[in-house]
Ligand binder design. Structure first.
Ligand SMILES: CC(C)(COP(=O)(O)OP(=O)(O)OC[C@H]1O[C@@H](n2cnc3c(N)ncnc32)[C@H](O)[C@@H]1OP(=O)(O)O)[C@@H](O)C(=O)NCCC(=O)NCCS
Length: 207
């Protein structure tokens, strides 16, 4: 296998020059299992995620295979594509209307705040491939990060501990720890100056 750096991530090729694509984690399931799992997931995203009970929403996501830490309770209207690929640490806030495409895997560290309307997208396509083949890469977000409202984080990106992504940004490359990045595409704004030992509060009752 040959790895070629492409911006932030690596493209992988076989010895005879064919691109290696990474499949969705859902491809490990049998067709029947996947159909059933996706049907229940649809039910979660259409109905359960609107219920005004943080405990029921959390329980349902866990039943679908998400790993969700202590005091972490996604707000209403959070949509998760493939919850089995989602791992949220302790005291993580996930705001209204966030969209988490976890088909390639998403991990979020403790005390990180993902604001409302954020999109984390692990899927993509090779636009130069004649078959427009899909490709999935994980997104990792460290602890004590703040992802501002409406930001989009694309596949393969790592956001370092304590980093801040400004509202509305599109993050295409790694964000170093304790920096503030913003804009489209997101670029360095400044360093973050704080001790980062706060604990985020639990989502309020009936939120
Ligand atoms: C990034 C943020 C935290 C401000 O950080 P700050 O360092 O205090 O920022 P400043 O206002 O001093 O701006 C610093 C620079 O970043 C730029 N900037 C600020 N917000 C930006 C954004 N969302 N996108 C792009 N650039 C941004 C400013 O234009 C400024 O650039 P300049 O130096 O060229 O003029 C804030 O703008 C933000 O995005 N907050 C998120 C709010 C949110 O999501 N709330 C959710 C509910 S809690």
């Amino acid at each position: 296998m040959i790895k070629v750096q492409d911006g932030n991530t690596f493209k992988e090729f076989t010895e005879d020059g064919k691109r290696i694509f990474h499949k969705s984690m859902g491809n490990d399931m049998s067709k029947v299992h996947k159909a059933f799992y996706y049907a229940v997931m649809l039910w979660n995203n259409r109905v359960i995620n609107k219920l005004p009970s943080r405990h029921i929403r959390k329980l349902f996501l866990k039943m679908l295979g998400a790993k969700i830490g202590k005091n972490t309770m996604p707000a209403r209207r959070v949509e998760v594509l493939f919850p089995k690929g989602l791992k949220l640490g302790d005291n993580v806030a996930v705001g209204w209307f966030a969209e988490l495409d976890a088909r390639g895997g998403i991990t979020v560290g403790d005390n990180t705040n993902i604001s409302s309307h954020v999109k984390i997208i692990t899927g993509s396509h090779d636009i130069d491939d004649p078959d427009f083949t899909a490709d999935f890469l994980p997104v990792h977000i460290g602890h004590h990060c703040w992802i501002g409202t409406g930001a989009t984080i694309l596949q393969g990106v790592k956001i370092g501990d304590g980093a801040v992504v400004a509202a509305g940004s599109v993050v295409t490359k790694d964000v170093p720890a304790r920096t503030v990045y913003g804009g489209i595409p997101a670029r360095y704004i400044r360093d973050r100056n704080s001790d980062l030992n706060y604990t985020l509060g639990k989502l309020t009752f009936l939120y």
